[in-house]
Design a protein around this ligand. Sequence first.
Ligand code: ADP
Ligand code: MG
Length: 245
Amino acid sequence: MQDLAQRGASIDLDGVHLSYGDTAVLRDIDLRIKGGEFMTLLGPSGSGKSTLLNLMGGFARANAGEVRVNGAQIDHLPPNRRDMGMVYQNYALFPHMTIADNIAYPLKRRKMSKSDRAALVRAALAMVDLHGFADRRPSQLSGGQQQRVAVARAIVFRPQILLMDEPLGALDKRLRDEMQSELRQLHEEVGSTVVFVTHDQEEAMVMSDRIAVMNGGRVEQVGTPHELYSRPRTTFVATFLGEST
Ligand code: ADP
Ligand code: MG
């Protein structure tokens, strides 16, 4: 098994531009994410957060510019071969599979003995506090528990990079608060680089090492929560951080 405390990969974007037809969705994006960092993409709906995340995952392609992971351009490997886990807002669990099979799914493509696979699934279940749920189906779990399964599935092979697109958006406030601290803790344990998407500035402030504030397809400012709060560089950043949802 891999060392638990491995360091995550760096992600670098240089001059990235992406359009759908005539509509520019990402404009001129330069962003450096350090290995092991918890980086949040924060911005209103339609600002390009999901598109940027999909680009980092290799699920979309830029019209111009470069995306590099640990210094290497990412598009030479198909998405399913990259060392990345992805969590979506709607969990996207397979309803007909047990929890254990859902979590084991990303391991199927990797050559691995049955017992190694079972050990990784058990470890992932333990990390998200779901011992004893292995044989249930998704429909028998609450929303918060299903989201934990989605996280367990994304971290089961201890990816160098964990991409999360509004993973807590569908949860109520209490569960969201609880999952926020669990995800932070998990980040410390697994050591992956995390790119976390949210439109909720309070969530971004409590969870992130750094935040990239997005607006209209651009990154307006990148900084620690403290830097953004005390020295917003644009009116948009100041206003957006000042709003509460
Ligand atoms: P966010 O995640 O911040 O809400 P998105 O990245 O989903 O923003 O979308 C950014 C913009 O790109 C939106 O205006 C959206 O309508 C547009 N867009 C996203 N995907 C497509 C697509 N496949 N075709 C055309 N426009 C798209
Ligand atoms: Mg989105």
